[in-house]
Ligand binder design. Sequence first.
Ligand code: C2O
Ligand code: CU
Ligand code: CU
Length: 483
Amino acid sequence: VDIELTAKEANVQLLPGSKTKVWMFDGNLISGDKTAVQKLGNGYLGPVIRVKKGQKIRIRFINQLPEESIVHWHGMHVPEKDDGHPKDVIGNGETYIYEFEIMNRAGTYWFHPHPHGRTGPQVYNGLAGLFIVTDDEEQQLKLPSGEYDVPIVIQDRLFDGNNQLVYLSRGRMDRMNGFLGNRILINGNLNRELSLKSGCVYRLRFLNGSNSRFYKLAWEDGTPLIVIGKDGSLLDRPISMPYIMLGVAERVDLWLDLSERPNGSQMVMKSLSFSPGMMGMMGGMRNRRRNNLPLGSTYDVLKISLDREGSNNFQLPQKLAVFNKLDPATAVNRSNPRTFSFFMRRMRWTISGRTWEMTGVTEDETVKLNTTEIWEIVNSGGSRGMMMNRGMMGGGMQMPHPFHIHHLQFNILERDVSGVDSRIWNSVKDGFIDSGWQDTVLLMPGMKVKLIMRFEDFKGLFLYHCHNLEHEDMGMMRNFKIE
Ligand code: C2O
Ligand code: CU
Ligand code: CU
């Protein structure tokens, strides 16, 4: 597969009246299967790239933006030169060539720019697309495909009176808390209605492509969500959940059975209310007053209209993917996990007190090729005592952080919520998916997760960071090195 991917300025009709200036990815297939590049909606979002495990892909990224950029393939297991590290940015008019083999399992991945300090605005302006991988195992399951495999990217945006995107209007506070828009967009469009066929079964692939907003997704009528996949894999079996907490950059694959639903009916997906646990000098209350869609409030995300009849006969397999979780007994540091702690120091968000350095990496962040490790990620914002003990400034400032690591997929071994305020925990506790292979995990204040991961195939410098894009741009991002 050979693809040309151009990042450029464009104007799209999102609202009545003036067109909106955006930045977008334009995908062009140079050679390979025609289904490899598909348009995603008719808004600003980039294409859906569909590939199969084992395929070789070449992507020629052409930067026609008025600033530097580089593209990262979120969740993909690729060599350092293809990972889209901020040090590899190219300027206006330049081309960067990616060439790699698809080594990942079937899953829903995505791509977005990754220049340091500018990821937030570039994604916000419209630069993101989906990267969907299939493999033989998945194909044998005969899951809904073609028009029955529906990508749904959720984002929030803020528009001014002239229909233009507004970013970081509140400056420092938006950066500290993360930017929140006041309108939800689906697939880069304000029209949030999806027309599906009654009598059919669908696979819905959700990506939370927002800068910092996260969701508690549920069907309005209480229908449980049937989850079949998360990030980088199918689950081993379908699970039924009342709602799903979808952190920034996380993906979830749902099975939606409309076979018993009458033609002419509707389903609404909402984000339900929850307690995000934002506290401190710039916390929740002020946020609420400035935005009609506060984080944790209830609002509609998506409407599904069953306005056509059809039939298909996909069956929900009771067994999905086959895989063995990594075994903690094989971890080289099983008795002494590496710990990374997310907290604020001197009015900056840090990871264990460190912030971004372009090529800087410490011993703490250096691992050996062909080893398995356990990492403990701690959102220490919630435990005031601990922060005070360590003499950190900004004690009491707490908020959720979505942890993401490049280059690999991990298993979640354990989610320790003993430090999470019970009001927060009770409002989100049934929404986490801890099985399968994942690359992003949402940590509520006070939460600790133990992840197990294996470093294989490639040495190099890769990233781990908070995927709240404002936090990331502010430096809540570090390198780790595989040697
Ligand atoms: Cu979505 Cu560093 O990535
Ligand atoms: Cu990534
Ligand atoms: Cu963060």
